[in-house]
Design a protein around this ligand. Structure first.
Ligand SMILES: C[S@@+](CC[C@H](N)C(=O)[O-])C[C@H]1O[C@@H](n2cnc3c(N)ncnc32)[C@H](O)[C@@H]1O
Length: 124
């Protein structure tokens, strides 16, 4: 099951039409609104989280969903390009082992961060 969120209603409607046309609507729960609230309850564990809305939102959304990750769950964040002298702030956070991920950049255009949840939580 795929759960997604799109803040622009027209885009969400267009995506729903495409999913219907392709016979995929039963597999997708597409929510209209700001992902920081619409994804507060994804409805179950999250195996793969794709962040592709805007890098400024990624940490908020990731932290919202950490309680739903399983050990081994993967988080892919697009457009996370390190500057020459320091990592992107999102990358710095997920690469800090204290935050419970093993993480590295993969060499795709614009920078893509691939992170695996290894299960450490603040309340562990
Ligand atoms: C770079 S596009 C990527 C969309 C899709 N992943 C794709 O590859 O076609 C980013 C999308 O995120 C949406 N977006 C931006 N901020 C958002 C938010 N806070 N909550 C949900 N969607 C948001 C934008 O409206 C835009 O459609």
């Amino acid at each position: 099951m795929v759960v997604g969120s799109e803040v622009v209603a027209e885009k969400a409607d267009a995506a729903r039409s495409n999913l219907m046309a392709d016979g995929l609507a039963d597999y997708v729960d597409l929510r209209t609104g700001d992902a920081r609230s619409t994804l507060a309850d994804p409805g179950g564990p999250v195996d793969l989280l794709l962040l592709d809305g805007g890098p400024g939102l990624y940490l908020d959304i990731l932290q919202l969903l950490i309680p739903c990750l399983r050990v081994g769950s993967v988080v892919v964040a697009d457009n996370i390009e390190d500057s020459e002298d320091e990592p992107h702030p999102y990358a710095r956070w997920v690469r800090d082992p204290a935050n419970g991920f093993v993480s590295n950049s993969i060499t795709l255009k614009g920078g893509t961060e691939y992170s695996v949840w290894v299960g450490k939580r603040d309340d562990d």
